[in-house]
Design a protein around this ligand. Structure first.
Ligand code: SF4
Length: 349
């Protein structure tokens, strides 16, 4: 494996790095006309070029299949726009808002649920006036207990910009929790430095960091060290993973990923069923398959390693837990299944 010196952002970069065959260039150019591309040097170094089905390449190297859309796919699959009262804010649940301060990412995931909004051509970074309006909205809504900075990837913002956001939140007493959703510790671990950590401290709130990673090979030593810097600085971490065909749709791979999180002091949190984003059908699996994989985790690996399997209901209706129901009413009793799939009867109380 060879490491690139800079991020790869064009089909030509990918061809020069040996990540796509020259014969596929035209097809990939057509994808690049529609969706952003970026692979950091760290991600490039993780790709096994000898494996045509490499799970890291599958997440980041564009595929002509992205131009095939199906009728059920949506430009805004989880319904952000329906719940956006001011630019940069999504207020879907009573006690929390999303703040989308930036629309670029260090990498562009081929299955991204916000693929129509992120990228250099996306909705950009909030201007100082737009940020003031977003903070004003949060200030006026006393029920907002938590602000979730998401993306784009908020940890690509400079420490100066992050400090400005965090200082703005510091002045809002009803906001108690600030959560960052990020891929940075995995794909660009050196970015997690003292200046970034100092910026995260500026809100004087409880800060959580949710790490997005989908394959155990992403949890490299530098990635684990970057997470340790965040956790040691006082920011608890949770995980989020997308269940993806050809990447982690296997209980052994998924179990290894969940264990790698726990070994890194990251509590597994959400396992997302893939959203109906355009051109991502090749990543989606049946919910029943997902339930089978999740059931196989239970019992076989520690309870600490269990994520919650969820689906974002299209149209902005929020999350639904979709793990196989472990208890079914049968007559006057419940039938519960153990991790071998065997049924047992339990009295109603
Ligand atoms: S880092 Fe997140 S927002 Fe950015 S492309 Fe990947 S999934 Fe989408």
């Amino acid at each position: 494996m060879t490491a690139a010196a800079r991020s790869l952002k064009t089909p030509e970069d990918l061809a020069s790095a040996g990540l796509i065959e020259p014969a596929r260039l035209d097809g990939i150019r057509a994808v690049a006309d529609r969706y952003a591309i970026a692979l950091t040097p760290t991600v490039v170094s993780l790709i096994d070029r000898a494996d045509p089905e490499d799970p890291i390449a599958r997440q980041f190297v564009p595929d002509p299949g992205e131009l095939l859309t199906t009728p059920e796919e949506r430009l805004d699959p989880i319904g952000d726009h329906a719940h956006s009262p001011v630019k940069g804010i999504v207020h879907r649940y009573p006690d929390r808002v999303l703040m989308k301060a930036v629309h670029v990412c260090p990498v562009y995931c081929r299955f991204c649920f916000r693929r129509e909004m992120v990228g250099p051509e996306g909705d950009g970074t909030l201007s100082p006036d737009e940020l003031a309006a977003a903070l004003g909205y949060i200030r006026e809504h006393a029920d907002v207990w938590e602000v979730i900075l998401t993306g784009g990837d908020p940890l690509v913002l400079s420490p100066r910009r992050l400090s400005a956001i965090m200082r703005g939140l510091a002045d809002i007493p009803h906001v108690k929790i600030v959560r960052f959703h990020t891929r940075v510790p995995v794909v660009e671990p050196d970015r997690v430095d003292e200046a970034l950590i100092a910026a995260l401290r500026e809100s004087r709130k409880v800060v959580y960091v949710a790490l997005h990673a989908n394959h155990p090979r992403e949890l490299t030593e530098p990635a684990r060290a970057a997470c340790a810097r965040l956790i040691d600085a006082g920011f608890p971490m949770v995980s989020q993973t997308v269940l993806l065909k050809g990447v982690n749709d296997d209980p052994i791979v998924l179990g290894e990923l969940m264990k790698a999180f726990v070994e890194t002091r990251i509590k597994p949190y959400y396992l997302h069923h893939p959203d109906l984003a355009p051109g991502t059908g090749h990543f989606r699996l049946d919910i029943a398959e997902g339930q089978k994989i999740v059931s196989a985790l239970r019992g076989n690996i520690s309870g600490l390693c269990q994520p919650t399997y969820v689906l974002d209901i299209p149209g902005g209706h929020g999350k639904a837990v979709i793990g196989e129901s472990a208890a079914r009413r049968e007559g006057g009793c419940y039938s519960v299944s153990d991790f071998h799939g065997e049924e047992h009867i339990y009295p109603p109380r």
